[in-house]
Design a protein around this ligand. Structure first.
Ligand SMILES: O=C(O)CCC(=O)C(=O)O
Length: 314
């Protein structure tokens, strides 16, 4: 019960103004009557107009090459990028070279050995390593990568989070918009990086091409709205069950990413994805994910109704 008590979050948030102030001008811009430390969820935006990003409105296949950023991207990536609007994901082969990937792996090993980082969330995820490592941060804001993300979003994005995996996440299918949510919707984008070759026994990433076009599934869609003082009563597995039903209902086709070391997969804010089970638990599945928010969107976490903390970059 106490975990669902919103005022406990408000008190904590109150002392974090430097990390929450990014939403203040945006609340003003969108006419949201909230203080920086208040709870926030999709319920607060339900009477506002839905605004779509450029390539949710336009077809990237027809329009992307007219974008000013297009010529700054390597031509070998053009065919993949043009499918963004249709598929909601983009695979860029060998985006990072062997040397860079090894440097990342060594850096993560060092952080683990020095006990600078901990595995959280079922012992599988190292969160925010880029706050501690210059090298990881540099990878997250790699110049061509940022150009591609800005191109796909039709606007500027900022790095928000990183997650490192040594084993597969084995996470059930979800859309990131339930975890890292925005108003307007769709203002999150993620980059998944293979830090080794990943075969079927290692619990590869899976995704559902085209699923980004489905309506965003938010608290109201699984009876989890709550009230002024308490978060909604539903547990996260109930969200995952609802997603599973949706996949069944819409007969969505699953794809798995048998990636080569250095390949990246960029996904849309609403693309359904997760991690397959590891059929050989002795193996590793080294990978890393970066999440980015658009600069002009309100950023928060739908399930916990918390505004997102944005730390200054190192
Ligand atoms: O890497 C995976 O297996 C899944 C990662 C994921 O779902 C996420 O970061 O949102």
């Amino acid at each position: 019960m106490f975990k669902r008590f919103k005022p406990a979050f408000w008190v904590y948030n109150f002392f974090k103004k430097s990390e929450l102030k990014h939403n203040i001008p945006l609340y003003k811009k969108y006419g949201i009557k909230k203080r920086y430390f208040d709870s926030i969820s999709s319920e607060d935006f339900k009477n506002l107009p839905e605004k779509q990003n450029k390539y949710d409105r336009l077809d990237s296949n027809d329009h992307m090459e007219q974008d000013v950023l297009w010529n700054s991207v390597e031509q070998r990536f053009y065919p993949a990028l043009k499918k963004w609007s249709r598929d909601g994901y983009v695979i860029l082969d060998k985006f990072f070279d062997e040397e860079k990937v090894e440097a990342i792996n060594n850096e993560i090993d060092k952080l683990i050995q020095n006990k600078d980082v901990k595995f959280r969330y079922n012992g599988k995820k190292i969160m925010f390593s880029f706050h501690l490592s210059k090298l990881v941060h540099e990878v997250g804001v790699h110049e061509e990568l940022m150009t591609i993300l800005n191109l796909l979003m039709g606007k500027k994005v900022d790095l928000f989070s990183s997650i490192n995996f040594i084993k597969g996440s084995e996470q059930r299918t979800h859309s990131d918009s339930i975890h890292m949510s925005t108003y307007p919707q769709g203002n999150l984008i993620a980059v998944w990086i293979a830090l080794e070759d990943i075969g079927k026994d290692q619990g590869p990433l899976h995704y559902y091409p085209g699923s980004h076009k489905l309506p965003y599934l938010m608290n109201r869609d699984f009876d989890n709205v709550g009230n002024n003082l308490f978060l909604g009563p539903k547990s996260y597995p109930e969200y995952e069950d609802r997603i599973e039903e949706l996949i069944e209902e819409k007969q969505l086709k699953k794809a798995s990413f048998n990636a080569r070391k250095g390949d990246i997969l960029i996904w849309h804010a609403n693309l359904l994805h997760g991690g397959n089970g590891m059929t050989d638990k002795n193996l590793t599945r080294k990978s890393m994910v970066f999440h980015y928010y658009s600069q002009d969107a309100i950023c928060y976490h739908e399930v916990s109704q918390r505004p997102s903390f944005k730390k200054a970059m190192i």
